[in-house]
Design a protein around this ligand. Structure first.
Ligand code: ATP
Ligand code: MG
Length: 309
């Protein structure tokens, strides 16, 4: 079956959440039974698209028993998957909430190295599953070249697809050298890209425009956390403020925003609306605890509020 959207997660994680009372060194800390979630940028984007009633093919790498559980968790949400099995096991991250202070501790582990053959399989799958929209999101595994997303960008462009990237640092810089359809840096990531220590919010749209003018992206969306986001394309600039919501956890806000925008693009919505869907999904995601993304009812309410402004 052909899908309008393909998401790619090279470095997914099995996220294990628990709670405990008292962070005391040298003592055994008793934790509540763990709750498991599938984590990783592209997987979150696929979950967000599914919640909006859209469809995407979720391509990821998985290994070992943690990889088996990861795959079952993604498929339990009714998301079609294409899984490349890896020699090394999928990493596990730990999210631990201390109940006395309500402080959340997030322990992230590096993703194990990929073999040359596993890397080759990713690029092959992208060339053989052409989709109108291809999204790559998240960090890269240990030892993987920062040019890896740029290699994906080239394959997608060759097939006539539109490539959307959400990553940071050197990987993001190199992907933009290859050229993409849309990138979604937050304001800190954008500052690094344009070589400045800090960007004020009212400078973010001009900074984004330098990247568009240089041909690095057709569209740059700069997310500004609780302030909302800018969208800059060759002929358009839009700003959408974030609605004032009761924030519980910002985990997954960026991925939810990307999911909302890709879904809206696949529905041929105008760019202003694409940004409104993105902000509505990002802000709705902050209304939920822990690793949970958004509820569709919250997104619809926030989108209606934004479009009535
Ligand atoms: N505190 C907040 N209140 C309301 N909306 C928020 C808040 N934080 C984030 N958002 C929403 O989520 C979108 C993306 O957030 P942000 O700019 O923090 O992305 P990010 O830094 O890429 O996030 P991530 O850590 O998930 O990668 C924002 O444009 C906004 O719509
Ligand atoms: Mg982000």
């Amino acid at each position: 079956m052909n899908h309008a959207i393909l998401t790619v997660t090279v470095n997914p994680s099995l996220d294990k959440s628990t709670t405990f009372t008292g962070l005391i060194p040298e003592q055994k800390i008793r934790c509540t039974p763990p709750h498991y979630d599938a984590g990783g940028g592209g997987i979150n984007v696929s979950k967000a698209i599914a919640r909006l009633g859209g469809d995407s093919l979720c391509l990821f790498l998985a290994g070992g028993s943690s990889g088996d559980l990861l795959q079952r968790l993604v498929e339990s949400e009714g998301i079609p998957t294409d899984v490349i099995r890896t020699k090394n096991s999928t990493r596990e991250n730990l999210i631990a909430l201390e109940t006395g202070t309500n402080a959340q501790y997030r322990f992230g582990f590096p993703g194990a190295e990929l073999t040359a053959d596993e890397q080759h399989q990713v690029l092959e799958k992208i060339a053989s599953n052409p989709a109108p929209y291809v999204v790559a999101s998240g960090s890269l595994n240990e030892g993987l070249t920062p040019a890896f997303y740029a290699q994906i960008a080239k394959r997608v462009a060759e097939k006539g697809g539109r490539f959307i990237v959400d990553t940071s640092g050197e990987a993001l810089a190199q992907t933009l050298e290859a050229g993409v359809f849309l990138a979604k840096p937050n304001v800190g990531e954008l500052a690094k890209l344009v070589g400045t220590a800090r960007l004020e919010i009212d400078e973010a749209d001009d900074a984004a425009r330098t990247l568009v003018d240089a041909g690095k992206a057709a569209i740059i969306v700069v997310s500004l956390g609780p302030q909302g986001a800018y969208l800059v394309s060759k002929n358009e600039t839009h700003f959408v403020p974030a609605p004032n919501v009761h924030k519980r956890s910002t985990v997954g806000a960026g991925d939810s925003m990307v999911g909302g925008m890709v879904w809206a693009l696949s529905q041929n919505k105008p760019l202003k609306e694409v940004l409104q869907w993105g902000v509505a999904c990002g802000s709705a995601a902050t209304m939920n605890e822990g690793t949970q993304l958004f509820k569709a009812v919250d997104v619809k309410r926030l989108f209606a509020w934004l479009s009535a402004r």
